[in-house]
Design a protein around this ligand. Structure first.
Ligand code: ZN
Length: 103
């Protein structure tokens, strides 16, 4: 039971403790089952719109702040830049915590 498990379907070498290959072949029942990987990763790509929103929405606020500063509204511009920077900072923190505590 300590030997590696070669998948007869896709020939992927699995660790001895593997119950099921990534392709869905189950070593216990010796049948094709739903892959543990597949389902939740299907259609899990970030869309262009989502990328746009995540990255550029706080950046827009920052740019508006810069524009306001250049238009002579220094205090208003500073506040907008600080608010945007804070949002980005908080989002980064939440993102970091979320990613590191997942799995
Ligand atoms: Zn396989």
């Amino acid at each position: 039971m300590s030997a590696v498990r070669d998948c007869p379907k896709c020939r992927l070498v699995n660790p001895p403790t593997a119950q099921r290959c990534d392709c869905g072949y189950d070593f216990v029942s010796r049948q094709m089952e739903a892959s543990y990987l597949g389902k939740q990763d299907t259609n899990d790509e970030i869309t262009h719109l989502e990328t746009f929103l995540c990255f550029f929405l706080p950046l827009f606020g920052f740019c508006f702040g810069l524009m306001a500063r250049q238009a002579g509204r220094r205090k208003a511009g500073n506040k907008m830049m600080i608010a945007s920077a804070l949002v980005m900072f908080v989002l980064l923190l939440i993102f970091g915590v979320f990613v590191t505590t997942r799995r």
